[in-house]
Write a protein that binds this ligand. Structure first.
Ligand code: NAD
Length: 483
């Protein structure tokens, strides 16, 4: 079996070399093809941070094992890490966090065991990076959450919980505020939960989840969240088990999977051979298990756990009164412990059952669509406009455009209604939303909206437009605060 390797930037090459040395010493039956990806590839003029050969190799082999990569700061360049996850539809980001003996935390000292798996949606949400300035003062970010995208990652989370024999699977969300976006995610969670009656499925608001994770992490097992909330929660969980040096990550798709550490390029310690390779090694162990190389994975994991238990450590963790090992020496210590069994969490040594990643040959992009047949109609329109008028003055102008098709319903500023009712204590910025709906609740057409748009621009600078959909009996748009 062959996999693609990208060593990455900063500490990437140092920790990847250490991990590959451990793999080679364990005689892991893998061949490696090194591909060109990362900051240095951006610097050579490749705007997406990888060469065409790298892309072709990864698409042919289906597995990328990568070190951390730096995103050049400044405008116009997107993160190579996010681009890779999105381009190849690695829709589930799996991060497993376990108490590691030898890595002291408040919980290990209190005897509270941690065994958490966080599944983070990996494609959608604000990570689309779809942002626009509406005025000099106001920026907007689009948060795209789809039913098929949510179902894909949630189904993966339930399958994983079933395989793990999880005692609980919980959906973290903020559907009390973001009723449509997080609402889709939460509804998908409970729809799929019906297919897994043997699993204990529940949901928790994400702020409450944060509080409970830092007080009682042992009450959770598998967590599934949208992208940004999952990103934050998984770093929180990394902190619970000892920090970023111990946080592995697997980006799982139907065709291509990417294994990497959660941490970044650690520019402050790059080139010093002092970085902790454990997170990348744990990601590599997850990759070996994914490829059916369970025997090799168990040998390496047992040696790693034994090494940690014996008090060996790099400079970022462990007993400060004992000398720390550098990256190379830490890798050698692990190799010297092959065949030894840790006292806790020892893995059973089984034979490898290699399973080549199957990369389907696709000749077109897959359209994912649900079979929602509810009747769709246009009930109104929101115009995002620039104005520094007071709400009453603005509404006086906007109401002139009322006619048989459109009636001004309300004016809001940063999502808070300021007309027809509002409070003088609401601070304003120079971007309002004016909402028109059909007075007779008749269906509006796109042409009618364009007509209204073309009239409005005589009085206002229109920054953006959203149609207000009615889906079946439901208004498919949010109300302003106070509406
Ligand atoms: P970082 O994770 O690189 O570093 C945060 C802190 O943790 C630093 O003090 C660093 O020294 C320490 N640290 C991280 N990994 C360590 C390790 N293995 N051993 C010992 N100490 C370690 O985060 P950052 O400084 O915010 O980001 C630096 C760069 O990495 C940025 O360009 C960012 O875009 C990139 N990044 C890449 C990835 C990825 O490739 N998946 C993830 C996060 C950040």
């Amino acid at each position: 079996m062959k996999i693609a390797i990208a060593k990455g930037d900063g500490i990437g090459p140092e920790i990847m070399d250490a991990v590959l040395e451990i793999f080679n010493a364990a005689k892991v039956p893998l061949d490696y093809q090194v591909v060109e990806m990362g900051k240095w590839v951006f610097d050579k003029g490749y705007t997406n941070g990888m060469t065409a050969e790298a892309k072709d190799t990864i698409e042919a082999l289906g597995i990328l094992f990568k070190g951390p990569m730096e995103t050049p700061k400044g405008k116009g360049v997107k993160s190579i890490n996010v681009t890779a996850r999105k381009t190849w539809n690695t829709y589930a980001n799996k991060r497993a966090f376990q108490t590691l003996h030898g890595v002291d935390t408040v919980f290990s000292k209190a005897g509270i065991p941690i065994d958490l798996t966080v599944i983070r949606e990996n494609i959608e949400d604000t990570y689309g990076g779809i942002e626009h300035m509406l005025t000099h003062d106001v920026a907007i970010s689009r948060r795209i959450i789809s039913k098929p995208g949510s179902e894909q990652v949630i189904r993966y989370a339930f399958e994983l919980a079933k395989q793990k024999g999880a005692k609980r699977i919980s959906c973290g969300h903020k559907a009390n505020i973001m009723k449509l976006t997080d609402g889709i995610f939460l509804n998908s969670f409970y729809a799929i939960a019906k297919e897994y009656p043997e699993l204990n499925a529940d949901d928790i608001i994400v702020d409450d989840l944060c509080m409970k994770l830092v007080t009682r992490p042992d009450i959770f097992d598998v967590l599934v969240l949208t992208n940004l909330q999952g990103d934050i929660i998984s770093d929180l969980c990394a902190g619970l088990v000892g920090g970023l040096g111990f946080a592995p990550s697997a980006n799982i798709g139907d065709n291509i999977c990417i294994f990497e550490a959660v941490h970044g390029t650690a520019p402050d310690i790059a080139g010093k051979n002092i970085a902790n390779p454990t997170a990348l090694l744990l990601s590599g162990i997850a990759m070996l298990n994914h490829l059916g190389l369970t025997g090799s994975a168990a040998t390496i994991e047992n040696a790693l756990l034994y090494t940690l238990e014996s008090g060996k450590h790099t400079g970022d963790f462990g007993d400060r009164s004992t000398p720390s090992l550098n990256t190379t020496a830490f890798a050698e210590a692990i190799i010297s412990n092959f065949g030894k069994k840790p006292k806790t969490n020892s893995r059973e040594l089984k034979a490898d059952h290699p399973q080549q990643q199957f990369v389907a040959k696709l000749d077109k992009n897959l359209m994912m669509e649900t079979k929602d047949t509810s009747k769709e109609s246009i009930a109104g329109v929101d115009f995002f406009i620039e104005s520094d008028l007071q709400p009453d003055e603005l509404a006086k102008i906007a109401v002139h455009y009322n006619n048989e098709q459109f009636k001004l319903i309300n004016v809001s500023n940063r999502g808070t209604q300021v007309w027809p009712t509002g409070s003088v204590y609401t601070n304003l910025v120079n971007q309002y939303t004016i909402r028109y709906e059909s007075p007779a609740s008749t269906t509006l057409s796109q042409e009618e909206i364009v007509m209204l748009y073309s009239k409005l621009i005589q009085d206002f600078k229109v920054c953006s437009v959203e149609t207000l959909l009615q889906l079946g009996e439901n208004k498919a748009y949010s109300l302003a605060q106070g509406q």
